[in-house]
Design a binder for this molecule. Structure first.
Ligand code: AQP
Length: 343
């Protein structure tokens, strides 16, 4: 079994409505990578239940994320689209990684601290172990690249630490099985572009997030044109004019965020956006940003609504995708079993 050279894995949690941050930070990149890589895109329902999910809503959201993938341009016939819980090896490998990773490593994870908040004693064990399951998702396919938003950078570093420790701990059986350079790759994160961390429209210090109670804080991919325009119009800004260069965005998180969103939607750069809008008012800028967002997000939302009307079709896509995922995962996991010493 040779090491794959350019296999992409990534996932999105079915934990609520997908928003512009999920699109610009992750799914837009997923779409672009289809031309150059073998791609496996997962709806990570096992991750979603690390915080409480209503079972019926979880099932609906799982189909909705699959619909979002397809509506954004992922081709489930050419690449693999499936939901995590259908491939049992994700959880099995995660258990092995729970025994490889160290408590100290997980104790440093900032996402756990943010999500558990002050009530750490009451957080689920699953929320604490979230990053080991994420490492299992990626390494079960020996994926070489993972496109993610900036918030997942630390988890990707942990994934590399786990791969490295597994390769070292089991160096002898790995070499005996003919995997001279180590069994798991040191997977590269792909975090690039002007919108790797899209912030809340109401607070430039907070990440745009599905679980943020205020709907005005995010643009959902299913928002209609009027709602998108209203949210952008009401987005928090400061009283100054837009600067002409990116250095002038320092200390102005809300302006920085809107310029980054514009640049990402226009496939441009913050410098180019400021070359056009620098010195002008937010009012004119927001007007054009709203038009651009409606132009880019509107068709995705319309296609999602069409796909969401046929849940059986989404189930069929996910079922077929899981069968193809298992074909890749099963022989890799069989090797892991032998390496670890499971008979
Ligand atoms: N605000 C964001 N900016 C850029 N990228 C983002 N991502 C999420 N939010 C932003 C990226 O989207 C992918 C899927 O994320 P996820 O659903 O698996 O989990 P998350 O990062 O926890 O997203 P949310 O919206 O904040 O969900 P909740 O509120 O449920 O925790 C990832 O690649 C992520 O980086």
């Amino acid at each position: 079994m040779s090491m794959p050279q350019n296999r992409v894995f990534s996932g999105v949690q079915p934990s609520g409505s997908l928003h512009l941050g999920n699109y610009l930070g992750a799914i837009k990149r997923f779409v672009e990578l289809q031309n150059s890589h073998e791609c496996i895109y997962c709806v990570v329902d096992l991750h979603a239940i690390t915080v409480w999910q209503d079972p019926q809503e979880l099932a609906e959201s799982t189909r909705h994320v699959a619909a979002a993938y397809i509506a954004c341009g992922i081709d489930p016939d050419k690449h693999v689209v499936f939901n995590q819980s259908r491939v049992g090896e994700h959880a099995e490998l995660a258990w092995i990684f729970n025994c490889v990773a160290r408590m100290g490593w997980l104790n440093r994870m900032t996402q756990f601290k943010d999500k558990a908040g002050k009530n750490r004693e009451n957080a689920s064990v699953g929320l604490f172990a979230y990053p080991t399951l994420m490492a299992a998702d990626i390494l079960l396919y020996r994926a070489t690249h993972v496109p993610v938003g900036d918030d997942q950078k630390q988890h990707l570093e942990l994934c590399r630490d786990i791969a490295q420790k597994f390769n070292t701990d089991f160096a002898e059986p790995i070499a005996a099985a003919g995997h001279g350079d180590g069994f798991f790759p040191l997977t590269e994160p792909l975090i690039a572009g002007p919108a790797t961390r899209v912030m809340s429209l109401r607070d430039g210090a907070r990440k745009m997030s599905k679980s943020e109670p205020s709907e005005m804080s995010r643009i959902d991919l299913t928002d209609d044109a009027e709602t998108i325009a209203k949210k952008i119009r009401k987005a928090k800004t400061d009283p100054d004019a837009l600067p002409s260069e990116t250095a002038g965005l320092e200390g102005r998180p809300e302006a920085d965020n809107l310029v980054g969103i514009f640049a990402a939607l226009a496939d441009s750069t913050a410098d180019a956006v400021l070359a056009t809008y620098g010195g002008g008012t937010f009012q004119a800028f927001k007007q054009d940003l709203a038009e651009l967002a409606v132009e880019k997000v509107g068709p995705i939302g319309a296609e999602m609504s069409r796909l969401n009307a046929d849940p059986a079709e989404m189930d069929a896509v996910l079922r077929k995708g899981a069968e193809r995922a298992r074909v890749i995962a099963a022989p890799i996991y069989d090797e892991v079993r032998k390496i670890v010493g499971f008979v």
